[in-house]
Design a protein around this ligand. Structure first.
Ligand code: LLP
Length: 443
């Protein structure tokens, strides 16, 4: 069993996280429950900051809040000195609710709405990451209408395809994101941006994928970006002050995953930028990165209560829990793998192989295939590890199932960061049109 962060098995043989017994957490807050190990989140944030400090570069570590955006998480990111990447009015709103300094917020996305752009400009965010030609015009026009200037980075697709799951590769040429480097769109974007009076071009951005375990992709991206920067400087006389190399740093979900330490990823990036830019006699830029998953992923654990089971002799035993694809759609979407333990009997040896089913009316709602467990009984607690990123963030109300609570655990204290949805929440926005209200029954 691989335990992350402060997780351990306590003297009662139960899983404990952040000094809190998971059995107590389940009793106090109910299940399913997202438990976030605050110390581990902070540790990951510090690993990034310290790796950059050691490099001597000016930097920003922008937490990609799409991985897990809540007011409390934004507050933690702020306290750790991170910047923030947001991709919607909702993520921006969440950050502002947390009092996150607007100048450290970067706004991403391939289709920012006029409302979002206005909201971000009014808040005074640090920069927009411009994604396409129509957006350059839109950003310029809205900034002009407010008598403002908008800082921008241009998102370029460097044509580097990181070794990862197809659905989450974004750096390849055929992508809905960004300006293509090889085909010349990126160069044309710089030319156009420089001609737009209300835009201030800070530099360029590239994101090559997600859950990446090697440094080679980042090195290649850094080299391509440097080559592009040199070309732009020579032809247009524009120097990039900022190079943003995105996120995508991998984490360990199961024993099949072998991520590198944060300092190795950042070391490779800073070395590659230093070498390529120095060799070209180019002033060293600031380096920005956008880790999401690797800040919060392994700090999250989901607690479920075991309900029914179904044994098909010689075929498979299904054990069902009180959540599923509604709180963790990743197995259904990406065939993602997870490890789990019986949290209330964590010290007991495994005696059988079961498959963990969710409670949604859909055969694909399976959380884990072939998991070794002690004999799971109704009422046992199942803890699924590494659910901090893209779980709460992607949760849904499918089957009108209520979204779980999120608790932050630290030094024996557990604090609610998101309340469990109530039944009233489920129909809160429903409206019964007048004409559907109870009709008189005709005799
Ligand atoms: N920056 C940009 C521009 C991105 O598109 C992303 C992720 C990140 C940063 C953060 O990447 P991270 O460090 O978290 O890998 N829902 C999928 C992941 C989608 C990632 C989308 N973009 C999943 O559950 O695996």
């Amino acid at each position: 069993m691989h335990l992350h962060g402060t997780a351990k098995i306590n003297e009662h043989g139960r899983l404990e996280i952040g000094g809190c017994d998971t059995k107590d957490l389940a009793e106090q807050f109910g299940t399913p429950l997202y438990v976030v190990d605050e110390a581990l989140v902070r540790q990951r944030a510090r690993e990034y900051v310290e790796a950059f400090q050691a490099s001597g570069f000016r930097f920003q570590v922008a937490y990609a809040s799409k991985a897990f955006s809540t007011v409390a998480m934004c507050a933690i990111a702020e306290q750790e000195g991170l910047s923030l990447d947001v991709v919607s009015d909702g993520e921006l709103y969440t950050a502002l609710q947390a009092g996150f300094p607007a100048e450290r917020i970067h706004f991403h996305g391939n289709n920012k709405t006029p409302f979002e752009i206005e909201m971000a400009l009014d808040a005074g965010i640090g920069c927009f990451v411009a994604d396409n030609f129509s957006e350059l015009q839109l950003l310029n026009a809205i900034a002009a209408s407010k008598g403002r200037k908008a800082n921008i980075l241009l998102r370029i697709t460097p044509g580097v395809e990181a070794h990862t799951h197809d659905y989450i590769s974004t750096g390849q040429q055929d992508s809905k994101f960004g300006f293509d480097l090889a085909g010349g769109a990126a160069f044309e974007a710089v030319r156009q941006a420089l001609g737009l009076e209300h835009l201030v071009l800070l530099g360029v951005h590239s994101h090559i994928g997600s859950q990446i375990f090697e440094v080679e992709g980042f090195r290649m991206a850094a080299a391509k970006v440097a080559e592009f920067a040199v070309d732009v400087k020579a032809k247009l006389g524009q120097t990039f002050r900022v190079i943003n190399l995105g996120g995508g740093f991998g984490i360990r979900y199961t024993s099949e995953d072998s991520p590198l330490p944060v300092r190795d990823y950042i070391g490779a990036i800073t070395d590659a930028i230093r070498t390529n830019f120095t060799d070209a006699g180019y002033p060293l830029p600031e380096i920005w990165v956008e880790p999401g998953r690797s800040i919060v992923g392994d700090a999250g654990t989901t607690l479920y209560t075991v309900g029914t089971s179904k044994d098909i002799p010689g075929v498979r035993k299904y054990v069902a829990v009180d959540g599923g694809m509604t709180d963790n759609p990743r197995p259904a979407l990406y065939e993602s793998k997870y490890e789990a333990v019986l949290a209330n009997r964590a010290a007991e040896p495994a005696v059988e192989t079961v498959s963990v089913a969710g409670k949604c009316c859909e055969s694909g709602d399976m959380l884990i295939w072939d998991l070794e467990l002690p004999k799971a009984e109704t009422g046992d607690l199942l803890a699924v590890f590494c659910t901090g990123a893209y779980n709460y963030a992607m949760a849904s109300n499918y089957n009108r199932i209520r979204r779980p609570a999120v608790v932050l655990v630290k030094d024996g204290q557990a604090d609610v960061a998101v309340k469990r949805e109530s039944l009233e929440d489920i129909s809160r926005n429903d409206v019964l049109p007048e004409r559907l209200r109870k009709v008189e029954v005709q005799p």
